[in-house]
Design a binder for this molecule. Structure first.
Ligand code: FES
Length: 341
């Protein structure tokens, strides 16, 4: 017997089978709720249960504050209904032709972008369309069944190819293989297995407010995809990219970002370093990247934000932009950025 889940305010309904999470059931019914990690660590899928019974699992108590828990907020990627449920959650409009699939891919090339960042280009099977919204991610399914998530650093799969940015996590099983370390380095022509596209981190086409893109490290990859999507569409919404790193090498595609200022009217790029040293000759902004946004824009009430990077940066931005700068909570979009090795 399935349970009925009703999503407010739209009032859409879908069935949930016993044991299914609310998110799994929604996606199976073609209803996209915001999500990213799917494992209870990022809070992207936070929603409020208005009525009904469910098993929340242990994750909400770990990452949601007491006030939100008391108001009935939970993580919809973890919540398993045990009765009909009524929930409040934002719905995401996904293009109709996007289908999540598992498929084999061939490694075409590995190109270092920095000493600890590698761009991998993957060849997708030509018989299968791989459509995604710029900002989404895919997962590698490793031989032991574990998964690694990476955002596409391109706005579409031109010639059935996609590019990803992989940061080296020393000692890590997967990223060490990418960087040629260990017994089995990944080489061009190797076949890997992926599932995708996944996630709800992409631009809301109906929101015309000026955009703040906020990235740290390889959180730049999905932002690159979104901005290249804007370029391809001729989308001239005002947009500013704040990209933060510790040292200049962390901003491994500055030339690209600077070039967008010439090709995209209304686009501005603000690089920010937190640990520049005199030898770097850095004359740009210094400090924490989300603080740079607040220094420039103490009132964010008329903006929307897309943030991707280290969890500590994303959480600080969410807290301060909403709590101190008047950003609407619905206008803060973030992608989980896991450092799985
Ligand atoms: Fe549910 Fe990340 S916590 S998608």
């Amino acid at each position: 017997m399935s349970f009925k889940v009703t999503v407010l305010p739209a009032g859409r309904e879908f069935p949930a089978e016993p044991g299914q999470t609310v998110l799994e059931a929604a996606l199976a019914a073609g209803i996209v709720l915001p999500y990213s990690c799917r494992n209870g660590t990022c809070s992207t899928c936070e929603g409020r249960v208005v009525s009904g019974d469910y098993d929340a699992g242990p994750a909400p108590a770990r990452i949601l504050d007491a006030d939100r828990l008391a108001q009935g907020h939970t993580l919809l990627c973890q919540a398993r209904p045990s009765s009909d449920l009524v929930i409040e959650a934002r719905e995401v409009r996904m293009a109709d032709d996007i289908v999540v699939r598992k498929m084999p891919v061939r490694v075409l090339s590995l190109e270092p972008l920095a000493s600890d960042v590698m761009e991998i280009t993957l060849q997708l099977p030509s018989a299968e369309a791989f459509r995604f919204q710029p900002g989404q991610y895919l997962e590698f399914i490793l031989k032991d069944g574990s998964r690694r998530s990476y955002s596409m650093a391109c706005s579409q799969a031109d010639d059935h190819q996609v590019r990803l940015h992989v940061r080296h996590m020393p000692g890590g099983l997967f990223t060490s293989r990418v960087f040629g370390a260990g017994a089995e380095p990944i080489k061009p022509r190797e076949i890997l297995r992926i599932e995708g596209p996944l996630g709800s981190f992409f631009l809301d086409p109906d929101d015309t407010r000026p955009i703040i893109f906020l990235a740290s490290g390889t959180g730049f990859a999905p932002i690159q995809a979104m901005i290249e999507g804007m370029l391809a569409r001729g989308d001239t919404r005002p947009a500013t990219l704040y990209w933060g790193g510790r040292r200049p090498a962390d901003l491994y595609r500055q030339d690209l970002a600077l070039g967008w200022q010439d090709s995209l009217p209304g686009f501005r790029f603000v690089p920010v370093l937190s640990e520049a040293e005199p030898a770097d000759g850095w004359t740009g902004r210094a400090g924490w990247v989300h603080q740079a946004v607040m220094d420039d824009l103490p009132d964010l009430s008329g903006h929307q934000v897309y943030a991707c990077g280290a969890p500590v940066m994303v959480e600080a931005a969410r807290r301060d932009f909403v709590g101190r700068c008047g950003l609407s909570p619905d206008a803060f979009h973030a992608d989980a950025f896991t450092s799985a090795a």
